[in-house]
Design a binder for this molecule. Structure first.
Ligand SMILES: Cc1ncc(COP(=O)(O)O)c(C=O)c1O
Length: 373
């Protein structure tokens, strides 16, 4: 059966197509006015002084760590219940990711577990706003301050989410956004790093552009850098998407509310919270937890048989084949991460998902749960 209802889908209107086409009629396809305007709009949206657009969220994480001078011998506290790039980029700069346990409701770093994971080598906390639910920024900021640590926000899944009425991305020393096509807004591939520190912004701009300095000669390089630039076409697309974000976030919230109403009475099925104290959720994915003991692969096969895509969201990083060998067994207590990750299932979720398709997904999930062992 081919997939009829995908897990995610971008929402591209004629306005985005026109904006990208207009750029293609100009001679400037990189480092031009679209980049400057996209960065200005991103910084304003997040109430920070600087936004530096980059080629992906992963590139943004890499540059954020480099900008803070994190490297060999340093430890960075991260969740394991997240996307692999979070730990890979820490490793990439020569530092060691230390996995800390999550909170069972928000699925974000548990501040008490973070505090326990601190050692004399800890340099930073990398807090991910998982699935668009803000992490406890008050507690994490306080821990970072008390222990003299940097705080990096990974807001790749959470643009527009709020903690105490303040947008995520504005709390950390640096924050990273991601614009892959499954995200709330997309540039195809892309990301950005936010900061209100002018020195960080300057370093980020240099590192993303081969270590060049502003207004310097194209062949002068102040330090080893990367090509993590974002094209003018991508920035033009991002500008239109960002201008629609209010509408996009409310459409996604309505879709989450519809799933909640459709799925609420399935016994043993745990639904994501629709609201949480002090938090405004930016819906990235809709992830349920299957009843305990149920075979998730059977449920997924059942839905796939009806043309419905699903995802595991997330497979813990410390259990990935690429990571198992690097981690001393028994070094961490990640029992909650492991048990939750066995039960999570992401359902089709995107701006234009029709109510009738959501009903189909709900009916298929209900049948799958009733027949699965
Ligand atoms: C939490 C998190 N961090 C980082 C990334 C990496 O972003 P990208 O795929 O743009 O490199 C993603 C998603 O893709 C993510 O979900």
């Amino acid at each position: 059966m081919t997939i009829r209802i995908p897990l995610s889908a971008p929402d591209i209107t004629e306005a985005e197509i026109d904006a990208v086409t207009a750029v293609l009629r100009t001679p400037q396809l990189s480092l031009g006015p679209q980049l400057a305007a996209f960065e200005t709009a991103l910084a304003a949206y997040h109430s920070v002084d600087h936004a530096v657009a980059v080629s992906s969220g992963t590139a943004g994480l890499h540059l954020a760590l480099l900008t803070l001078g994190i490297g060999q011998g340093d430890e960075v506290i991260v969740p394991s219940f997240t996307f692999i790039a979070v730990a890979n980029t820490v490793l990439q700069v020569g530092a060691t990711p230390v996995f800390a346990e999550i909170d069972s409701v928000t699925l974000n770093l548990n501040p008490a577990a973070v505090e326990k994971a601190i050692t004399p080598r800890t340099r930073a906390i990398l807090a991910v706003h998982t699935f668009g639910i803000p992490a406890d920024m008050e507690a994490l900021q306080s821990i970072a301050r008390r222990h003299g640590l940097a705080l990096i926000e990974d807001a790749c899944e959470a643009i527009g989410a709020e903690f105490d009425h303040r947008r995520v991305g504005s709390f950390g020393n640096l924050a990273v956004l991601g614009f892959y096509p499954n995200k709330q807004i997309t540039t195809g591939e892309g990301g950005a790093v936010l900061s209100s520190d002018p020195a960080y912004a300057a370093r980020l701009r240099s590192l993303r552009n081969q270590g060049r300095l502003p207004n310097g000669d194209w062949l002068d390089h102040a330090e080893p850098g990367y090509n993590y630039r974002l094209s003018e076409m991508a920035c033009a697309l991002g500008r239109v998407q960002l201008s629609r974000i209010g509408e996009i976030l409310s459409i996604r919230q309505a879709a989450a509310q519809r799933y909640d109403a459709l799925l609420r009475d399935i016994p043993g099925l745990e639904l994501p919270p629709l609201t949480l104290p002090r938090r405004g959720i930016s819906w990235f994915v809709y992830v349920v937890r299957l009843p305990e003991g149920l075979r998730r692969d059977e449920v997924q096969a059942h839905l796939a048989g009806r043309g419905i895509a699903t995802g595991r969201y997330f497979a813990p990083i410390h259990q990935q084949p690429s990571w198992r060998a690097q981690i001393a067994s028994g070094a961490m207590d990640l029992a909650l991460t492991e048990s939750i990750a066995l039960r999570t299932l992401a359902l089709p979720f995107f701006n234009r998902i029709a109510a009738a398709r959501q009903q189909e997904v709900a009916e298929a999930l209900r049948d799958a749960i009733l027949t699965a062992t």
